[in-house]
Ligand binder design. Structure first.
Ligand code: COA
Length: 165
């Protein structure tokens, strides 16, 4: 497997990678709102060595950053294609999002995830985020059917924060 991951901003007019975005957030209307105001970056993987004939590089990841306050940004969405999960790309993508937030002038980067999202909670904490709060019942209404992960009902949003100063 190549380790040639390129992270770049979505080009003007380029369609957002909906399949990836909806992996992280099943509410398309919600994604549309923060996508319009935020910065979307995509990660592509060169599937063949440089110089070899290849089709478009595979788009395997996405993240969206949005300003939520003075020098405060939120990682609104982050996803790795299911076929490429569990190989370290997610961690690389979180670090790329942190670097991009710094470039945007962020002093604090926040993220929220479900109480049942154990892998995501592990990932963010391994990247330096600390738990700062809980939004109780955030996922109870408005997401259609009840969500279960790891045998746990997803009800509350766990808020995490990373200081960039
Ligand atoms: N306990 C401890 N660590 C765990 C864990 C667990 N239960 N599950 C995963 N991890 C760790 C991995 O070991 C790895 O850490 P390491 O490098 O120190 O070993 C880290 O989590 C991330 O693994 P990685 O392979 O980089 O993640 P990934 O490429 O699978 O991407 C997601 C992670 C979350 C982006 C990906 O699973 C995804 O797209 N999920 C669907 C969308 C989503 O849920 N987005 C987030 C919304 S909040």
């Amino acid at each position: 497997m190549s380790d040639d991951l390129t992270v770049r901003r979505l080009k003007p007019g380029e369609p957002p990678p909906w399949e990836l975005l909806l992996l992280a957030d099943p509410s398309r209307p919600r994604v549309e709102v923060y996508l319009a105001a935020g910065l979307c970056c995509v990660a592509t993987l060169a599937e063949a060595p440089p110089g070899e004939m290849r089709a478009e590089d595979a788009m395997i990841g996405v993240f969206v950053l949005a300003a939520t306050g003075a020098h405060v940004y939120e990682l609104m969405n982050i996803a790795v294609a299911e076929s490429h999960q569990g190989r370290g790309w997610g961690k690389q993508l979180v670090h790329a999002a942190i670097a991009e937030a710094r470039r945007l002038g962020a002093e604090i980067l926040e993220v929220g995830t479900g109480n049942s999202s154990l892998q995501q909670l592990a990932l963010y904490q391994k990247c330096g985020f600390r738990i700062v709060g809980v939004e109780r019942d955030f996922f109870k209404e408005g997401y259609g059917a009840e969500i279960y992960e790891n045998g746990i009902r997803c009800l509350d949003m766990i808020r995490l924060s990373l200081s960039l100063t």
